[in-house]
Each structure stands twice: as C-alpha cells, then as structure tokens.
Design a protein around this ligand. Structure first.
Ligand SMILES: Nc1ncnc2c1ncn2[C@@H]1O[C@H](COP(=O)(O)OP(=O)(O)OP(=O)(O)O)[C@@H](O)[C@H]1O
Ligand SMILES: [Mg+2]
Length: 251
C-alpha cells in the first residue's frame, strides 16, 4: 500500500504540492490526471523518494520514503519501478543488456535462475520476442523502446510501477497496446500501478480509479464512470477539453 499524507512541496516560490492526501491499495490501477505543470511528475518523484517534501509523508508498505536515506531508501525504492517519459535506455547497450542491467547493477538474487532466461521472460511479458535481444535500442520503434524500458523495470520484480505519460508521442494503435499492457501487468504480474497521463482514452481504459490533481491537491477521485458523471466544473472542463481535442492533446 502507498499512503500519501499531507504532502507539500514548494518549488520556485510556489506551493506545487499543497497538502496531497491519497492512498493506493495493493492490486489497483490508479490514474492521475491534471493540467500541465500541476505537479504530477513532482508527485511521482516524491513517491520514488527522488524528491523530498517540505511537509508530509509517503509511506510505502509502512516505510516513510521521505525520511529514509542511503541503503534503507534503496531497499524500499526497489519495490517501485518507474517508467520515465523518455524511455531512458542506454543506446550503447543491447536490449538484453539493458533489461539485465538492474539485476547486475543491484546484484539482485536471481534464485539460481540464469540471467538470459530472466531477460527473455521479461521481454515476453511485454510482448517482445528474442529477436530484439541483440539489437540496440536506437533501432527499435518508439512503442518497442517503451516496451523494452518496461521489461527493464520488470527485471526488478517491482510491487508497484509508476508510469509517467506512457502513451505520449505514440500513435493511437501503439498507445492502446501500451494501455493493454499496463492492465496485463496489473493482472498477471500483480503489479499495483500509478499512471500519469493526458490521454483520457488511455485513462478510462487503464484506471480502476482516477484522481485529479489541481492547485496542489487531489480535487477528485472516482471511477472512470464517476469522473464522466462529475458535475465539478474544474473536472468537467478538463475531461471535456480533452475529449474535444483528444488527438491534438497528445501531440
Ligand atoms: N526540479 C525542479 N526544480 C524547480 N521547479 C521544478 C522542478 N521540477 C518541477 N518543477 C516545477 O514544478 C511544477 C510542476 O512540474 P511537473 O513536472 O510536476 O508538472 P506536470 O504536472 O508533470 O506537468 P506535465 O503534464 O507538463 O508533465 C512546474 O511549475 C515545474 O516548473
Ligand atoms: Mg510531467
């Protein structure tokens, strides 16, 4: 479980997060929406322990990542995978080497399993065949790079995965396949997911629950149906704005 309590963060003389309270229970898929610059990525960075708040806490399975340092922080952070907006694969390494990297870098215990077998399993999980293993990331399409980056995240066997704008910049077919993949990992790999997105089509598909970040706080939480039915003008403006010019908003 991830419990965000009274989280506040001031950046450039502005309270970007101004009292965020939100709980994500194990097994669910939560989507966070909100206007550009509202602090969605900043919120994800606090969950990862990459940014420290001015006030408040983030408990991951009871451990407060805002107060941990060093090895203790790393131990909790290993439970949380982060798919960055840019795939952040190393172009000098092959796809297989990229996927294996978190295991070798962190000297993770593989339980006697061979590295190439684990790499292949993770690639299969994201729908990539062994044909890509020897390729460099630069020779893959955008959608395949996203999948390979996700395979690398999965190599850590995370309990939670944070996805920052996973479908941005992808064509609609590729975007849908990534949305399906997020759901598949939730079901098959029992990953609890938090997805930040501008893409309402993806949000409706991926979310058990949608939360809207607005003026530094969670303005709304509810199921996709509840957000569609919401009479809150701020929610309506956001949801309708994006449905009217949906294809443009993802460019
Ligand atoms: N490291 C930083 N130092 C100073 N200001 C920052 C830093 N990171 C983010 N900010 C500021 O915090 C605010 C929120 O940024 P954030 O990237 O979280 O927005 P976002 O909701 O993810 O937007 P987008 O939808 O465009 O990705 C912005 O005003 C940004 O300029
Ligand atoms: Mg962002």
């Amino acid at each position: 479980m991830i419990e965000i309590r009274g989280l506040k963060k001031r950046l450039r003389r502005r309270w970007v997060l101004n009292g965020v309270d939100f709980t994500i229970v194990d097994g669910e898929s939560v989507v966070i929406i909100g206007q550009s610059g509202t602090g969605k990525s900043v919120l994800l960075k606090h969950i990862m322990g990459l940014m420290k708040p001015d006030e408040g806490s983030v408990l991951i399975d009871g451990h407060d990542v805002t107060r941990l340092e060093g090895e203790a922080l790393l131990k909790v952070r290993r439970k949380v995978g982060f798919l960055f907006q840019s795939s952040a694969l190393f172009d000098s390494l092959t796809v297989a080497e990229n996927v294996a990297l978190p295991i070798t870098e962190n000297r993770l215990d593989t339980g006697g399993r061979l590295l190439p077998d684990i790499v292949r399993e993770k690639l299969h999980l994201v729908g990539l065949s062994e044909d890509v293993e020897a390729l460099k990331p630069s020779s893959l399409s955008g959608g395949m790079r996203k999948r390979a980056a996700l395979a690398r995240v999965l190599a850590m066997e995370p309990s939670y995965i944070l996805y920052d704008e996973p479908t941005t910049g992808l064509d609609p077919v590729m975007a849908d396949s990534i949305s399906h993949l997020i759901r598949k990992l939730q079901r098959e790999a029992k990953v609890t997911s938090i997805t930040v997105t501008h893409d309402m089509r993806s949000a409706y598909f991926v979310a058990d629950r949608i939360a809207m970040l607005h003026d530094g706080r969670i303005r709304f939480t509810g199921t996709p149906q509840e957000i569609i039915n919401s009479s809150d003008p701020v929610v309506r403006q956001f949801v309708e704005g994006f449905s009217e010019n949906g294809p443009l908003s993802t460019v």
